[in-house]
Design a protein around this ligand. Sequence first.
Ligand code: SAM
Length: 162
Amino acid sequence: MTRLDSAIRRLTAQRDLLDWASREIAPTGLVLEVGLGNGRTYDHLRDRLPGRDIYVFERSPAAHPDCIPPADRLIVGDVFETVPSFIERVGPGSAALIHVDIGTGDEALNRALAQRLSPLLETLLQPGGLLLGDRAFDLPGATDISARTGVAEGRYYAYRRN
Ligand code: SAM
């Protein structure tokens, strides 16, 4: 498989999973986008979930100008600093959907990051809330439902809070 094939597969999985989650999401609860990047997935979520409160976490915002969230919805800084204060602000169990895409090419670093981030994100999920991630997360209070999403195994991960 070429790098182009691989990029297309990854983006297709991402879009299919966001579409799946947009159908599955509970009618109330926040939507959190962790990692704005150039804003592609944020743009997709806001299109698929009109009217929902979407908060975006990003340490150095540099998205396409059309894809910058409103100032009061963009939380700038390192997630390990901003997510704990966000939990204090909105309370645990406030999120209906969290999408996390903050990985880099360094797999060891990605695993460590996911491990460290897992308890924070689990705290934010409401019962029945969904977490979608570009890698596996360690969520003892949630069920791995990746196999039920229709996305090929190991390409993207989905969890539902118990
Ligand atoms: N999903 C995005 C899109 O479709 O355009 C791409 C996200 S990009 C792969 C990852 C983003 O996560 C980068 O913009 C990076 O700055 C951000 N990021 C990585 N680690 C972070 C951290 N610890 N705190 C906050 N943002 C972080």
